[in-house]
Design a protein around this ligand. Structure first.
Ligand SMILES: [Zn+2]
Length: 469
């Protein structure tokens, strides 16, 4: 165990899911592939243009703040962050410095410092030959920046926070938050120390997955410890994460806030949130059920925590299960049984042969468990019926009937099948009669096979016991 303790803070950017950009009416379309299509004089910084605040973006950030129990700003303003780079046509980025929209709050047990709103930059490409090109489609897209307090001490907590934020943003419809597409970008600030005093902070960028975040944190903890143990000093700097080598590398010395010469943007009027969204923010669109509320509700139904996570993180399965719950009106045993078929059978069917959108519905599972309850389907028959419903759609009862899967509780027929099996397996029958009663399972299995899953295993067991007795 290392004597050093790491202290980690996260800075997470998320592109907001608005129709228009932050300060102009250009389309905010992350899927646009033709460069420089969604641009206008405002987002390309032509002289004489004026930015106009997109209220929908402000509302989304305020709703995130409300969801995490943070303090929502009344007054806010936008500031210019000055630096030169070809992907910011104005020579500054419009952001919020002194008056973030959201302060405090906590998520997944991690305290937040602030959430503010800014505009995204364009994107540069350096793979076009002897020159670089810039695409301004992304310039001016509303970007939320969230900063946590430096209260995280291990990679797992950092990754859990990131995943929970992603889930929250998707639940609120605020962002797709797809890390591979750059819609959510994580930066890690990390220092290590043997004492209560913070060590020198290093910032790691270019992280494009949660597992990369975990790996980058582990790498930095080891690198900083080795450096300190060798008597070296940690330099305050920005480092990049190299996915191919699994290492961080020095990019540049960290700028201080002064280098950016922040000042309020004189082109944008001061913004009083309560004038727009109501005195108590009552005009904000209402929040949907939040991930942690949903977790609690499903756990109370007696659903296993791992399965609950499937329903919370997968929108399709979560909605399907909610409809099943509504359709089974409080029958706890039936709900659990239906949940088993969704979380094991359906999930493995989707994995093995994806058929999306789903051809089956909540009714499939409601019918399935009611037929099992009425002894009309064995669990084998239910699995087969579900597989057919998954591949082809259709009504459960009709599928079961058409494929001979309705469980036969007809004693005469079961006795006939059982007698045939005993006659065909004389040595096993003799062993059973000589006392090897564990062979009952063999006979029941043969019976189920002969009846192609339509046999009632309980009845088969009783009849074999009788006939072999
Ligand atoms: Zn524009």
């Amino acid at each position: 165990m290392s004597e050093y303790r790491a202290t980690i803070g996260l800075e997470i950017h998320a592109e907001l899911n608005t129709r228009a950009k932050m300060f102009c009416s250009c389309k905010n379309d992350p899927d646009e592939e033709t460069p420089n299509t969604n641009i206008c004089p405002v987002c390309t910084a032509q002289p004489g243009t004026l930015p106009v605040v997109n209220e929908a973006a402000v509302e989304q950030v305020l709703r995130v703040g409300k969801a995490i129990g943070a303090q929502l700003a009344d007054f806010t303003e936008w500031d210019r962050k000055n630096y030169f780079y070809p992907d910011i046509p104005k020579g500054y980025q419009i952001t919020q410095y002194k008056y973030p929209l959201v302060s405090g709050g906590s998520l997944a047990g991690v305290a937040l410092t602030r959430i503010h709103l800014e505009e995204d930059t364009g994107s540069s490409r350096h793979d076009m030959g002897d020159f670089s090109v810039v695409d301004y489609n992304r310039a001016g897209v509303p970007l939320m920046e969230l900063v946590t307090e430096p209260v995280i001490h291990d990679a797992e907590t950092a990754m859990r926070f990131g995943k929970e934020l992603q889930l929250l943003l998707r639940t609120l419809g605020a962002s797709e938050a797809n890390m591979e597409k750059g819609q959510m970008r994580v930066e890690v600030n990390i220092s290590i120390s043997k004492t209560d005093k913070f060590g020198t902070k290093v910032e790691v960028k270019n992280i494009n997955s949660f597992s990369a975040a975990g790996a980058a944190i582990a790498y930095e903890m080891a690198r900083q410890e080795a450096a300190l143990e060798a008597g070296e000093k940690i330099i305050q700097e920005t480092r990049g994460w190299d996915e191919s080598t699994g290492k961080t590398f020095s990019q540049r010395k960290k700028e201080s806030a002064n280098d950016y010469r922040y000042f309020p943007d004189p082109d944008i009027p001061k913004f009083v949130c309560t004038e727009v969204f109501g005195k108590n923010y009552e005009k904000l669109a209402p929040l949907p059920e939040l991930p942690w509320e949903k977790r609690e509700r499903l756990l109370a139904l007696g659903i296993d925590a791992k399965v609950v996570e499937i329903y919370v993180s997968d929108d399709t399965l979560g909605k399907l299960f909610d409809e099943v719950v509504a359709g089974l009106s409080g029958d706890a045993a039936a709900i659990k049984l239906a949940s088993n078929y969704i979380s094991t059978d359906l999930v493995s069917l989707i994995k093995a042969e994806p058929v999306l959108p789903l051809k089956l519905s909540a009714k499939t599972f409601i019918d399935l468990v009611s037929m099992i309850g009425a002894n009309e389907l064995s669990s084998r028959g239910a699995k087969d019926t579900l597989t057919i419903a998954y591949r082809e759609g259709g009504v459960v009862r009709e599928i079961a009937e058409k494929n001979g899967l309705i469980q036969k509780s007809d004693l005469g027929e079961i006795e006939r099948v059982a007698s045939e099996i005993i006659a065909a397996n004389p040595s096993q029958a003799a062993e059973y009669r000589a006392g090897k009663t564990s062979l009952l399972m063999f006979f029941v299995g043969q019976g189920m096979k002969a009846m192609k899953g339509s046999g009632n295993p309980k009845l088969l067991g009783e009849i074999f016991t009788k006939l072999l007795g």
